[in-house]
Ligand binder design. Sequence first.
Ligand code: NDP
Length: 681
Amino acid sequence: MQLQSFVSGKWQAGTRNFITLRDATTNEVIASASAEGIDFRAMLWNARNVGGPNLRELTFHERAALLKAVAKMLTEYKDEFYRLSYATGATKSDSWVDIDGGISTLFVYASKGTRELPNSRVYVDGNVELLSKTGSFVGQHICVPLEGAAVHINAFNFPVWGMLEKLAPTLLAGVPAIVKPATATSYLTEQVFRRIIDSGILPDGAIQLICGGTGDLFDHLTCQDVVSFTGSASTALKLRQHPVIMRQSVRFTAETDSLNSSILGPDAVPGTAEFDLFIKEVVREMTSKAGQKCTAIRKAIVPADRAHDVIEALRAALGKIAVGDPRLENVRMGPVASAGQRREVLDQVSKLRQEAEVVHGGDKFEVVGADADKGAFVPPTLLYCRDTSSADAIHSVEAFGPVCTVVPYANANLGEAVELARRSGGSLAGSIFTADNQVAARLVLGMAPFHGRLVVINSQCAKESTGHGSPLPHLIHGGPGRAGGGEEMGGIRGVMHYMQRTAVQGTPDVIAAVTGRWVKGGRQLDPGVHPFRKPFGDLAIGDTFNSGEREVTIEDIERFAELSGDTFYAHMDEAAAARNPLFGGRVAHGYFLVAAAAGLFVDPPYGPVLANYGIDGLRFTKPVKPGDRIKVRLTCKEKSFRPSAGHGEVRWDTEITNQNGESVASYDVLTIVSDKAIPDA
Ligand code: NDP
């Protein structure tokens, strides 16, 4: 099989200098790859002039729908991907992380895009900033898609997840992507990519693929492009220093190799649930994907007087791991990705051995159902660094395979445990096993400045915990220093990596015109009828309803207290309320004001407003006393339509004022409004 790249809407094979790709277990040739002869400048042109405009035409919700459709479509071809994935050395459960993990990342972004982003093309970041006395000059941060290409350079270990976790936030942002998988396992990425192209779900130019090297691609990048890199620190350093990246300030984010730690708390002695959970997790991290995970535990940091117990327990568990052909049901760990990778791992282990002894693993081990000489097999290898005082390699040498070192810390010296974790110089992930929440807090706060993600596992959450090594689309993936200094995913944060944040200053009406969101101080429109009578499509941003007045009486307060059961002294006890420094006498319940305001602004008959689903940003700004007269202003602030549902969400800027025109409460009322004047039952 000769792999092809997908360039400017066409499949294209390389012309020469083919790299041969082999099955990690059998060493049989699977494919060859080359990207020689590809016009990389044309690829960027296609992304900028075809893919970008096509994606930017869509709203966030429309792009989210594309992600969901791609995820659904890929689900149907999972068996095909699993079959091919064995060739990478992955067992079935390794492939589950890669393939199902990748597809579920698309689903999560599709759902977050619909729930957390507006059905528009501009992302409004944060609140309006008041920049003047009268409110005629305000500021607002907005985010718009970059108008270049996102170049995704991926690692060999997750050929599917690696592509999809980067594609999801990029496409949601409205930016086209050029995907460059690591050549060694690119045959699987190519197969998944082919299915996406064949489905025709994504618009033209949205994605392109390079199977092979990137040629002169970097020479043609501009400030509108983004490079998102996963791989080794040395490649990241080289690419980051590319003159065009530096000169054009091209956004460059990196996930690189990192040495991750797991700390066993002093309380987690043998016989406790947390001790057993720690052993299980270290074994899982060493053996899943044959330890080829950027988040894998490389340092098991344990109390010195427990080191012996930990080593014995790990040896016993590792002894049960069957290594061999990943296609076999009873095999728990396959080979590493290639013979080259095997050499690299063994090389790194020999460096670690200079300061740590091998306590499990070694040269002789059984390989189940495969020829040990042909496959890239490495046994689970556990080392023990008895003397950490002068050790350095355990903190700097990453053996990217089933390798971990037990590192002791002086009993109960949490500061030393933290220091041992921090000496990796920046990590993607860390974990802590303890049932003591104070120990957890001290370790988390000590480790946090050097880690992108930390997980604390105890018996209470273990069953549902996602584990040490799993990056999740909801949370950030990335870490400082050696881990690359980058950040990916993290929910909607990840979308912003592909957008430009711009501070816009002007009048409230200018900001409203830019964002599609009404701003306080802006023009209020007369809707002609009560705005609750208008179907979704007829409502205009700025449509305002001003209510009549209502006097708040002592009877109102007492009846509300009786009805709600809220007899707090500030409402009910004149003498006590008089002593309150903020009120100086009885005041109305804040929630009464909200209820009374609804009584002032609602239009009761059946109509397009289907529901009030919440209130955002409620603030009580001034007490209301018996005898005060309140009224409400309700302004249509933002609209977001859901075509498939036949209705949309409408956000109403709401302000309650008193007889002096002073604001006493402000909030956003959230409603669901039908697109029909009289919705069908
Ligand atoms: P590399 O850094 O060699 O490769 C990573 C990616 O960069 C591949 O797609 C590779 O393509 C590409 N690449 C390499 N050189 C260039 C270049 N000059 N210009 C453009 N692209 C380039 O890492 P490996 O895949 O060999 O993995 C090595 C190490 O990376 C591992 O041992 C591990 O330490 C770390 N790693 C980190 C991960 C993380 O998520 N943080 C994940 C996986 C690995 P090609 O394959 O064609 O060379």
